[in-house]
Design a protein around this ligand. Structure first.
Ligand SMILES: Nc1ncnc2c1ncn2[C@@H]1O[C@H](COP(=O)(O)OP(=O)(O)O)[C@@H](O)[C@H]1O
Ligand SMILES: Cc1cn([C@H]2C[C@H](O)[C@@H](COP(=O)(O)OP(=O)(O)O)O2)c(=O)[nH]c1=O
Length: 202
């Protein structure tokens, strides 16, 4: 089963993905492969370093190339080996961050339309002021973090989710307001239980 964690910068994706991987290993009794985008490959590392100087269409294409390799070389092999795969960021991130970088949604989709569709995308949301306070506490922000705002990212995520709904993606909004990471993961596990049961019965 391929699970994606999405949401604006600072909402808690990395924290929740790590905790979810640990609890899911016990709950599902299956190996869990935790991964992230940009990837940990040489291309992914280059993208993290070069995000300040590559922008717009060039960045959208490079991110899509990294994602294509991610699917072919890491995600599909891990799924074939019986893992549950959790990715911290995926297509929705491009439909938001590349738009912050002035690329049109339909163009971004063209670069991403052939990737593997996840079993479920979990979209984390919180109060923009809470997210903003977390970002303000970071020692430095990347170019795109500094360009966007939590309000704008939440708005663009709403549009990305609506767009992917029309392409039959399974997406679930997870409300993190007033919940600590452990409580957020409990909500996610309740959401995943029926999916896991259906898959183990199949
Ligand atoms: N539900 C939560 N409640 C309070 N703090 C949280 C929560 N989720 C994450 N955090 C904190 O917010 C900060 C940003 O989390 P992080 O996982 O790095 O976000 P993202 O990966 O979405 O940018 C971290 O300091 C983390 O400990
Ligand atoms: C996954 C993804 C990342 N990025 C870029 C924006 C970010 O500044 C950079 C790093 O992603 P980010 O999730 O902010 O990294 P970290 O794990 O260090 O918090 O990659 C995109 O532009 N589009 C994407 O689809």
């Amino acid at each position: 089963m391929f699970i994606v964690i999405e949401g604006p910068n600072g909402v808690g994706k990395t924290t929740v993905a790590g905790l979810l991987a640990t609890r899911l290993r016990h709950r599902a009794g299956r190996p869990v492969h935790l991964t992230t985008e940009p990837t940990r490959t040489r291309l992914g590392k280059l993208l993290r370093e070069a995000e300040a100087v590559i922008h717009g269409r060039a960045l959208a294409l490079a991110i899509a190339a990294d994602r294509t390799m991610h699917v072919e070389d890491e995600i599909i092999p891990a799924l074939d080996a019986g893992n549950i795969v959790i990715s911290d960021r995926y297509v929705q991130s491009s439909l938001v961050l590349q738009r912050v970088d002035a690329v049109d949604l339909r163009e971004i989709w063209i670069y991403n339309r052939y990737v593997l569709q996840p079993a479920v995308s979990l979209y984390l949301t919180d109060d923009p002021h809470v997210i903003g306070a977390r970002l303000a506490a970071r020692p430095s922000l990347t170019r795109l973090e500094a360009t966007g705002t939590p309000e704008r990212e939440l708005q663009l995520y709403g549009q990305a989710i609506e767009f992917l709904d029309r392409h039959s993606w399974h997406q679930v909004k997870i409300d993190c307001r007033g919940r600590n990471p452990d409580q957020v993961v409990s909500v996610i596990l309740d959401t995943l239980d029926p999916l896991l049961a259906r898959r183990s019965a199949a």
